[in-house]
Unconditional design. Structure first.
Length: 365
């Protein structure tokens, strides 16, 4: 009997991993013991009390304590990393965290370096990149950055977009005097005038509104292929050990994405994000003219997957990574698809083709 039960468990586990068995079809006889805690890393220093972040539906999960409700006796722990993507990858490698809110480039770098992780869903798409300068700077275009001292937070998802913008202006990073500064340090350096420019996110809008810096260029409203993508990732071994709990985490992130995608919630959403310390007005600018359902979609559509492959290709070309990455192997959408079905959201979001503007055939119907 013991041998037969062992074989049954093994077959069931293999079917689950192959996507044949629904996650929720697990019976108590097969279910793994619940983890004592689920640890989630966020690739930003965050802010507020309690610490949170903005620009992603994931922060709605934290704000409303939906995971705590869904996971019962399993403790939920959130960790925020000033070192952003590189620091999160280190924590994933050391199994100090189980899930992570992580950008496209650090995800690719981690996998290229042997990190076994999977992208479960999108958790913030099409984030813009801004070029900021001291307020009296004569820099007005990307091309003006040649030979200038420019801050780039290296290893983050903004790093590669910055390089692509430079290439689009016939420049390379080596044509600049680039220095590696995190967001807070770069802002201080801009205000003091100790650097000529910096690439960064919507955090710079506050300094712009206060009249402390200038922003001569941003990707806002331009080619979506010059934007940044972030996702919820987890370790392969966590999926194997705790498929039911992986599903519960994905369920709540999809629930949050649905709420954050509804235009009637825009004001409340931006106010919640402002609890991170980034002013409400900064989120107004960043999300102006953009449908929430497009920015907060959890779908792993052709645009999202295509961006990860493009990031992998560019990272190899620019020698950010040594080993090539086949991005088609890094996505695991079983849990997302199950969440969309159970929450009756299979037709809620528009899926896009690789160009980011053309709806996929099913969505266009």
């Amino acid at each position: 009997m013991l041998g037969r039960l062992s074989i049954q468990k093994t077959v069931h586990a293999l079917l689950l991993l192959a996507g044949v068995v629904s996650v929720t079809s697990l019976t108590p006889a097969y279910a793994t013991e619940a983890p004592k805690a689920i640890r989630i890393g966020v690739a930003t220093a965050g802010g507020g009390d309690p610490i949170t972040w903005g620009g992603s539906p994931g922060s709605i999960v934290r704000e409303n304590k939906w995971l705590e409700s869904a996971l019962g006796d399993t403790e939920v722990q959130w960790f925020f990393f000033k070192g952003a993507g590189p620091a999160v990858n280190e924590a994933l490698s050391n199994k100090q965290i189980d899930f992570a809110y992580l950008g496209d480039l650090p995800t690719i770098i981690g996998i290229s370096n042997g990190l076994n992780t999977k992208v479960l869903l999108a958790s913030g798409q099409r984030t813009n990149l801004y070029l900021a300068t001291p307020k009296d700077s004569e820099i007005s275009t990307i091309a003006d950055l040649k030979d200038k001292k420019v801050a780039i937070f290296k290893g983050t998802n903004g790093h590669l977009v910055a390089n692509n913008l430079l290439l689009d202006s016939n420049l390379k990073e080596t044509d600049l005097r680039s220095i590696n500064l995190d967001t807070g340090s770069a802002q201080a350096a801009l205000v003091s005038g100790s650097i000529d420019a910096a690439f960064g996110g919507f955090e710079y809008i506050r300094l712009l509104n206060d009249g402390l810096i200038a922003v001569p260029y941003s990707t806002h409203g331009k080619d979506p292929r010059f934007t940044r993508q972030t996702s919820l990732v987890t370790r392969d071994d966590f999926i194997a050990d705790y498929p039911e709990h992986t599903q519960k985490v994905v369920d709540e992130f999809v629930r949050a994405a649905h709420w954050a995608s509804q235009e009637e919630n825009r004001e409340a959403l931006l106010r919640i994000w402002a609890k991170s310390g980034v002013p409400y007005e900064s989120f107004v600018v960043e999300f102006d003219g953009t449908p929430l359902a497009q920015r907060n979609s959890p779908l792993l559509d052709n645009f999202f997957k295509g961006r990860y492959q493009a990031v992998a290709n560019d990272a190899k070309e620019l020698q950010f990574i040594r080993r090539p990455v086949d991005a088609s192997q890094i996505f695991d959408d079983r849990f997302l698809q199950h969440a969309l079905q159970t929450q009756q959201l299979t037709d809620f979001w528009v899926a896009y083709e690789a160009d980011g503007t053309t709806p996929s055939p099913k969505s266009a119907q």
